[in-house]
Design a protein around this ligand. Sequence first.
Ligand code: PLP
Length: 411
Amino acid sequence: MKFENSISYAESLDLIDPLRSYRDKFYYPINKYGQEVIYFCGNSLGLQPKSVQKFISKELDLWRTKGVLGQHLRWEQYHERLTKSSARLVGAESTEVVVMNALTVNLNLLLVSFYRPDRIRNKIIIEKGAFPSDQYAVESQINFHGYDPRECLIELEPREGETSLRTKDIIDVINTNADSLATIILGGINYYSGQAIDMKTITSAGHAVGAYVGFDLAHVAGNLVLELHNWQVDFAVWCTYKYLCAGPGSPSGIFIHNMHHEWTGPRFEGWWGHNKKTRFRMESKFDPIPTAEGWQISNAPVLGMAPLLASLEIFDDVGMPAIRKKSEYLTNYLEFLIQNNVPGVSIITPKRRGAQLSLVLKSGKKTFNHLMNKDVICDWREPDVIRIAPHPLFNSFSEVYRFVKLLDLGS
Ligand SMILES: *Cc1c(COP(=O)(O)O)cnc(C)c1O
């Protein structure tokens, strides 16, 4: 791809962008003068779809006018409205996904099933510098089973002087621990470096030594094209408030491959995982739904799910392949402009990535403050990274251009 370093070129890319009209489907943040800022934080909290209010109002109206009658009429099945779109989003069959709870809660719940250490197989692989919540969850799981994280936790680290992991090195660690490895749980994209990992290859390597393989897709859902079913991934979890734009604290999605649906192993149970036909007979014996829904515990948070229904309608309308296509273009343009305009910045994100570039600058925090003063909303991650995530549904090529000019001035 040959790019040009000019605003007129950036504007010409916007003109031919097939997704340009989608920006109008979102509320775009403004500064104190009422002017639009540059919002590059869709990897942290996606913007609000304008349709959200309508989706929430519908449930509020039903609650107001019908009270508990809404439960049987509509809310008992409400989460099912999210299933087809969620499955499409991650490359799954409909039985393999369900939306429930929050991300770290689900990570803990799925590890109850997919990390069952014993005297022989008790190791679990994560990446060093994993999102802290994942690290806490995994260590708490090891402790819960009476094992010691210092012995059971294997943390993957880039080579000396490198900022991302090599697939070959990951495979070597898996093979070195072939007899003692119980589970692999990695971020599909690392929140800090922005590196995307080769989930398909890692899954095969894990299975070859008899381990379960799962992924945290917090930074992947709505960002990359996924084929969880075909890759034979055992389980996955993701949140929906980042690229998926479902609002603060919106509920999480889980994937459980259908090879595990006749589950007889451990899991934590609740009435929402019980056979729907007999659930309201309120009997004491648990009869699990033989799909991912069997992992549900509580009834669904309908008001939290309504915005997700609104945003998934948009994702469905465009489809992940088209979203990804623009995203690659947009992020590559950002990279090109930085490399051609801003000396002294290093981009630590490798080519295998999603919509995010992680920048390390000599005067990082100063530059970050300069950007915020210039109404660029991006984020700072300790110790020294500025994360920039142009979102393909609401960011433009000319914003990327204007951003790089501001970055140059502030660096
Ligand atoms: C955003 C994120 C989380 C946040 O966890 P919540 O349970 O949703 O608060 C956890 N893990 C990763 C990798 C994340 O990117």
